[in-house]
Design a protein around this ligand. Sequence first.
Ligand code: ADP
Ligand code: MG
Length: 641
Amino acid sequence: MAQIYQMSPQLANLIAAGEVVERPGSVVKELLENAVDAGAKHVTVELRHGGISYLRVTDDGSGILPEDVRTAFLRHATSKLRRESELSAIGTLGFRGEALAAIASVSRVDLFTRTKHYDEGVQITIEGGKETGYGETGCPLGTTVVVRDLFFNVPARAKFLKKDATEAAYAESAAAQIAISHPEVAFRLIRDGREIFSTPGDGKMRSAIYACGGRDLAGSLLAISGSLGEIAVSGYISPTEITRATRAQQAFYINGRYVRSRLLSAAVEEAYKGRIMTGRYPVCYLDLRLSLSAVDVNVHPAKLEVKFSREKEIFSAVYQSVAAALDANGELQELRQKPNLLAPREDHLTGGQQKMRLEVERRESVPTFAESYQSARAAVAQKQPASMPYQTKSNVPPAAEDKLPPLVEPVLDPLTFDPVKPSVSTAAPEEQKTEQTPPASPEDRASETGPEPPQVRVLGEAFRTYVIAEDKDGLWLIDKHAAHERMLFNRIKAGLDGQASQLLLSPKTVTLSQVEKDACLEHADLLRKVGFGIEDFGRGALLVREAPMYLDEQDIPFVLSEIGARLLSHRGADNELLDDLLKSISCKAAVKAGMDTDAQELQQFAEAVLADNEVRNCPHGRPCVTYLSRYQLEKLFKRIV
Ligand code: ADP
Ligand code: MG
């Protein structure tokens, strides 16, 4: 008996739906694309319960002819593509003819539609892929699709849906992507009865970005526009001082279609290279226009990825336009004056609160970096003949110095960095010391009982970025921002649960995108831990009563929006999340490269950094201190051989 059967269309639809409809956000995306393709000028989206129980999209586009309404729900039924030859030049957002069929197979759909040729419209109801109602109805010009009970018949799928707030967030960002890529259409998004955003439809991308929650951002974005051959690039990018911890705020639109693209992200980031820190990402909204045949949009079931026929040209077009805009804006180094980098921000300190001090509270059991360095050196020195005093000029025994472990070894994962172990991997020399050394000389004993941290003298600062200091044996180079960031990170972390925050003199309202705001509120406990006291303040706004110590008040909106983005993109363990949030705070609070810092402050800063064993890598893992010994210098200049 035959064992292979062709699937029923219903079963085939259900399976295909798995690729197209993953969550309410994907339904929003497909329905909005249909509205745009239908030439709508006004589109409203309404969600209830994250769009799971109820999701409605109303447009004033062309509508669907009564004779086409049933067909529209068949799989592979489309008005946008007729011939094979057209597949190589698709100018509409839709073309696969799958969305309505897929959505209707996994939910209860009501569609109301009317074209200008008719006075009456048509309504059709389809539940789990089966038609359960059809008839004439009075309705305005255009189309309304109501989707209820998503995945009611696919429990396996329903199980994977997240909390309402999270699903709503996905749906909102899907809607925002389309709204920003089609600023000529006015989009309105309502969630559980509240308006989340409403774009004006004035044709300006900046207005749409502003409306979709980028209120604080929109004003600072730099406009870009350029072209290379047939490729035109326009849109907005962030100035170099606005960066994010993730790529969540990088959006690319190809001929009006939102896509994800590593190639385009790489091109943008290449243009920012050397202008922003590694591990940070620029914000961008880029609209690329190119000939329809130069891009294959048929490579992804949800049409989220595309293939370019001339990748190199696209890359250069984007790279050059972005770099040109940054150059024109003089985006080389941030040359901003910033007050004392050692003191906590005092502008919002309340009277009774204790200021944190940067002086190192030295824990008895933990050797400082300087101590471990000294003892490592002493250990090696002991093995040298007494006639060659270790620290005499030009007499530094090469063999001894060569055996010293590198002074600064990048600890790749700074968060697993164990402060109890000296960071200069002195374990081996220490062991040698106890095992092999003859009875200790008085100096040795002195160094064992607590040598002083190196007496450093700051010589100056290179590129307003690297502090240069000398001790009697060599030169220290300290990356000002990275070291300060690490210091703050450690301090805030040590002061979690209580001491990390300062009451603001007057509470501050912060406008975020709805998605970021929801994420912050959902994790209010975690935010409290790192020092933010926040409350819901209505439409897109949070009220901040407390903020982390050290953070400038003006940086609060930025940090909260970044925290929102991190919360949304976070996948790993909760303690990683906490560290991520701390990184956002300490990075923003730290003095920036390029800022002026006065000499006395640099001196204190260098002393504090070098005395603190735990400040050797920034929280992102980059080294922040390096050392060039006098011996190395002397070798370099061939004073010794
Ligand atoms: P596709 O968009 O790939 O063609 P869909 O399943 O999304 O496939 O839609 C099928 C067809 O239904 C479309 O080609 C279009 O003709 C019609 N349609 C869907 N939504 C709308 C709408 N909002 N307004 C007008 N026509 C629509
Ligand atoms: Mg479609």
